[in-house]
Design a protein around this ligand. Structure first.
Ligand SMILES: Nc1ncnc2c1ncn2[C@@H]1O[C@H](COP(=O)(O)OP(=O)(O)OP(=O)(O)O)[C@@H](O)[C@H]1O
Ligand SMILES: [Mg+2]
Length: 518
């Protein structure tokens, strides 16, 4: 009978017992190997293993970094997507920021796990890196393991993984640093050969305007945002109806009503780059074609002051004008708008701006050409509320002067730019709003006086030669704007491109004659 007394207690007795046990086991093992065939042994060992370790209910997918030589898009998407799933329990994170990134990026380190939930399914991601092997010269291998219950295989493969791809694209889009492309970019002046003409220079678009900060009627703002949303959603629709996936907006209104600000807000909203095209730097239709073809998808092409950039009053006159002057025709521009572009790009927005819609050729205004005509009008009480909240943090009718200002603003023509300028003069809401009231009152008196002078001039009481004050102010404003344009042309003229120089010189003379009153 085996009793506790039989158990050896001294170290030497223990070692002797262990040695005799090992020797017996080795003997049994070699006997079994000799007697039992190999296949039967494998079968028995699998049966024993499954007895103690039942079949796993989990499934693991491997997402390698590379598929043969090319990068695996699922891996790239996972890297981006998992950044948003890092939990406080993660032990180690990688942190980075490239010059092009707006903020720090955190990602999981090798060996770390992240758990995600999708339609109530728990999905575990594990980032694995294998060490490079000097003997086999194999590189470090990086991959993700995705583990989940086998019964959810279909949901994960058919819904979850596509969802990860879509989310990753959206996250990348949100992080995108927008660019403003311009053909007058000084950094390009060193490229003084013909290639320059098709090239765009760029800077980061750091315009802070958003739809929230724009002083506009809320309904119009909503309408524009919905139009943009519909446009980006409708990829398949445009394909189905065989239309180029592009949308045209014509923004018109007096200077300082927010046309350029709206363009920046659209770019920030859609996360589209802006190509600011100065038509005065284009010399022919083929030039225009080349420049437009070098723009990228998901971008907004902006042509500001379209009425001043090209003579468009009459298409026939225009053709004469072009032949003798620039070779750029209205029909050249319209051809692009009408679909020439469709062959080379997707998700394009085109914006034309003008201070004088009435000066544009009806061909440009025809329905279907510019999809939406947006009137950027003088400031209204609603617009003022937004500006007061943005500039001074005064909301609603918080301040006693707000009511008075709103009624004055609704009764006169004052631009959001003028109001913004007054509001910026002081941080103190009392001082700034009092300054604004005085400014509005002064302006109103001025407008009334000008009106009176105009009426008297019409009726001949004051003498025909007197030019009304507001006409003089308007002319002055137009002159100021045109000086800016001429300065740009002069800049073109300075470019050491012989052809460009000659034409810019001609254009300078033309513009001076056409737009300045001296
Ligand atoms: N609707 C607006 N909402 C908010 N700010 C505005 C608005 N309109 C003008 N501003 C302010 O006035 C400045 C000038 O406006 P902006 O350049 O957008 O006017 P514009 O209509 O493009 O003028 P122009 O016809 O001379 O090009 C902006 O930087 C902005 O600060
Ligand atoms: Mg503008």
């Amino acid at each position: 009978m085996f009793s506790l007394k039989d158990i050896p207690t001294s170290p030497s007795a223990l070692f002797a017992a262990y040695a005799s046990f090992s020797a017996s086991m080795m003997l049994i093992r070699s006997m079994v190997n000799d007697i039992v065939p190999y296949e039967l042994r494998v079968y028995l060992s699998l049966a024993l293993r499954s007895l103690f370790n039942p079949l796993s209910s989990d499934l693991t997918l491997l997402v390698d970094e590379y598929c043969s030589m090319t990068r695996n898009q699922v891996f790239d998407a996972a890297e981006v997507y998992l950044r948003t799933k890092i939990s406080p329990s993660t032990d180690r994170l990688r942190v980075s920021q490239t010059p092009k990134q707006k903020s720090l990026t955190f990602s999981i380190d090798k060996g770390q796990e992240v758990t995600d939930t999708f339609q109530n399914i728990r999905i575990k991601w594990r980032f694995v890196c294998t060490e490079p092997d000097k003997n086999t010269h194999s590189r470090e291998k990086r991959f993700f393991n995705i583990t989940f219950k086998k019964k959810f295989k279909d949901v994960v493969m058919e819904s979850y993984l596509p969802y990860v791809l879509v989310r990753a694209k959206a996250i990348k889009q949100e992080d995108k640093v927008l660019k403003l492309y311009n053909r007058d970019c000084p950094s390009l002046s060193k490229y003084c050969d013909d290639d320059y003409e098709g090239t765009w220079g760029s800077v980061n678009l750091e315009h802070p305007a958003t739809f929230d900060t724009l002083a506009m009627e809320p309904e119009l703002k909503k309408e524009i945002m919905e139009d943009l949303d519909r446009f980006v959603r409708r990829r398949d629709f445009y394909k189905k109806v065989g239309k180029a996936w592009k949308r045209g907006y014509l923004l018109y209104g007096p200077p300082g009503t927010g046309k350029s600000s709206l363009i920046a807000a659209m770019a920030n909203y859609l996360k589209f780059d802006i190509y600011d095209l100065e038509l005065t730097s284009i010399y022919s239709n083929s030039d225009l074609r080349r420049v437009l073809l070098s723009t990228t998808n998901r971008s907004i092409l902006v042509i500001e002051d379209i009425d001043c950039s090209i003579e468009m009053q009459n298409r026939q006159d225009n053709d004469h004008f072009d032949a003798s002057y620039s070779g750029l025709t209205l029909s050249g521009i319209l051809n692009f708008i009408d679909g020439l572009w469709s062959s080379c790009g997707d998700e394009r927005v085109i914006v034309f701006t003008t201070n004088h819609k009435d000066r544009l050729d009806p061909a440009l205004l025809r329905p279907g050409r510019m999809d939406m005509h947006i009137n950027m009008s003088y400031c209204t009480s609603n617009g003022f509320k937004i500006l007061a909240s943005n500039y001074l943090g005064v909301h609603g009718n918080q301040h006693h002067l707000c009511g008075e200002i709103e009624s004055i603003v609704d009764s006169m023509e004052v631009t959001p730019a003028e109001i913004a300028e007054e509001l910026m003069k002081n941080d103190d809401a009392d001082v700034a709003l009092t300054g604004l009231v005085n400014f509005l009152k002064r302006k109103k008196i001025e407008i009334d006086e000008n009106k009176k002078a105009e009426e008297s001039a019409k009726s001949g009481v004051e003498g025909e030669a007197t030019e009304p004050q507001n006409q003089i102010a308007k002319r002055q404003k137009i002159d100021d704007n045109n000086v800016k344009r001429i300065e740009r042309i002069v800049r073109n003229f300075r470019r050491p491109i012989v052809r460009g120089r000659r034409r810019s010189f001609q254009r300078f003379g033309f513009m001076r004659q056409k737009y300045l009153s001296y």
